[in-house]
Design a binder for this molecule. Structure first.
Ligand SMILES: [Cu+2]
Length: 506
């Protein structure tokens, strides 16, 4: 019997390395997502753990053009890394020195950003690390992050202009076309935890995305065929893809499974839960494990956020359970009425889980505790009495009254400092705020300690309408006065029109 690769070991066998196209390919036949019809199986992106050469673990990624069959009888032109859509899951080990070669074959200027990784700014893959068509860019860095689920995606910034939203050189366009992949870091701590760790068997990557199509199958980009008067100015849609397939089927054993959920949507916020209203357990947030599993019945996941959750299916053999987004419960609280589409306020299914027999060596219990999360003391911050302010502006889009300008450094931070940032959202729309460079911690939401599942390491925080959020972040290394890191809204259309800024550590 084929053995599933084990994430805790260096020596696992990559699942179908190099054959992303056979898994995430246009030969797939879309099936209407009704129970009467046969659902397509959830594709599992190939897992690659790199090639060790001379003390460096090397990964190769190619941004390329592809074709997918998302809709019956129609072909959709896409982009993907090493395949037609999305990309392989990169597995990294904390402490390793890695090099990632990224070749750009999409015919457009691009970049590739390691979302959540603690890397030098010049290796970050932000807007300044351009990869021109036909070129290869190599990012090399030591893996300093804790074990967690990270991801990678393009991060180009098109020059501001009237057509910036549909500019193929923007981040929103390139991610929507399919350029995104998961990145898993493991470390000595994760090795010791009694968590499901067989990639694709009981440790399942789930990349959530929504899409909207033209009648001929082309992906619809704002604003080419959107009606500006009635459509929200965002790339959203009513086709919900998980790992590139609409409403797929996952078969797992009657045991505890881990879902690594990544919201790789341009703009959609999900309110996750299960069709039978069961309790699930969040064990990890953007940048690490939580102190203990947090029982939840709902989990809001904003663009770019990740959550690792455990689902105990031990008593569910023979049952079917759906992972659903209960967006009807959001009402107008996250996306106000003029900006809503019907899926912002309706429930919809993302994934059907069919529970089979318990597999050998299955994890059958949810652990009581996980790791020690050292909360950064506020007294460590150099600016605790007056946190650095970030006001999110929506009319026009910007931060602190200013649109992103590639030539302007918006904040200079001293190496060695710990800072508190205060993010205020005076708008009726929620904005997921992301900071590059390393993980941070959330101190408060409207001066109140956040809930337990937000007390771990984060790199994106959803700032709700009229809310003030304080985060604390260390800037202890990688000084570079020339190369900035970004902070921005991770609604990609907002980022593209200028809801972004730059800071240097010096
Ligand atoms: Cu925004």
């Amino acid at each position: 019997m084929e053995r599933a690769p084990t994430l805790s070991r260096r020596s696992f066998v990559a699942l179908s390395t190099g054959t992303a196209s056979s898994l995430l390919l246009g030969t797939s036949h879309w099936q209407a997502p009704q129970d009467a019809l046969k659902r397509q199986a959830l594709p599992i992106p190939p897992l690659i753990d790199g090639t060790a050469r001379g003390g460096v673990v090397t990964y190769d990624l190619t941004e390329q053009q592809g074709v997918m069959g998302f809709l019956p009888g129609l072909q959709t032109e896409t982009f993907g890394y090493n395949g037609d859509f999305l990309g392989p899951t990169l597995l990294m080990r904390k402490g390793d020195q890695v090099a990632i070669n990224v070749t750009n074959n999409i015919g457009l200027t691009s970049t590739t950003h390691w979302h959540g990784l603690h890397v030098p700014a010049v290796m970050d893959g932000g807007p300044h690390q351009r990869i021109e068509p036909g070129e290869t860019w190599t990012a090399s860095f030591p893996v300093l992050n804790r074990a967690a689920t990270y991801w990678y995606h393009p991060h180009p910034h098109a020059p501001l202009g009237q057509s910036v939203l549909m500019d193929p050189m923007g981040t929103g366009y390139q991610v929507y076309q399919g350029l995104a992949g998961m990145l898993i870091v493991e470390d000595d701590t994760s090795d010791t935890l009694a968590l499901p760790r067989s990639y694709g068997r009981d440790d399942i990557p789930l990349i959530l995305q929504d899409r909207r199509f033209h009648e001929d199958g082309r992906l619809m980009h704002f604003p080419d065929d959107f009606n500006a008067a009635t459509d929200p100015a965002l790339r959203k849609g009513g086709h919900f893809l998980v790992n590139g397939v609409e409403a797929p089927l996952l078969k797992v054993g009657a045991q505890v499974i881990r879902l690594r959920v990544l919201n790789a949507s341009n703009a959609r916020i999900y309110n996750l839960g299960f069709s039978d209203e069961r309790i699930f357990y969040q064990v990890g947030s953007d940048g690490g494990y939580l102190a203990a599993p947090v029982p939840l019945s709902r989990l809001i996941l904003a663009p770019a956020e990740r959550a690792e959750i455990l689902v105990d299916l031990g008593a569910d053999k023979g049952r079917k359970i759906k992972l659903r987004s209960f967006n009807s419960e959001n009402g107008n609280r996250l996306v106000p009425r003029p900006l809503q589409d019907s899926w912002d306020t309706a429930d919809f299914d993302l994934l059907t889980i069919r529970v089979k027999r318990t597999k050998a060596n299955a994890v059958t219990t949810v652990p009581e505790s996980l790791v020690t999360v050292d909360r950064i003391p506020q007294s460590e911050a150099v600016n605790a009495p007056s946190p650095r302010p970030f006001e999110l502006n929506a009319n026009p889009f910007g931060i602190n009254g200013k649109r992103m300008d590639m030539a302007i450094i918006d904040a200079r931070i001293r190496r060695g400092d710990t800072e508190i940032w205060e993010i205020t959202n005076p708008n009726s729309q929620a904005h997921p705020f992301h900071v590059h460079g390393d993980s941070f911690q959330i101190l408060s939401r409207d001066a109140v300690l956040p809930p337990a599942h937000e007390l771990g390491w984060k790199d994106v925080v959803l700032v709700r309408p009229f809310e003030t959020v304080r985060i604390i972040k260390r800037f202890h290394d990688y000084a570079d006065t020339l190369n900035p890191y970004m902070f921005h809204c991770h609604i990609l259309e907002h980022e593209d029109v200028g809801m972004m800024g730059q800071f240097v550590v010096e």
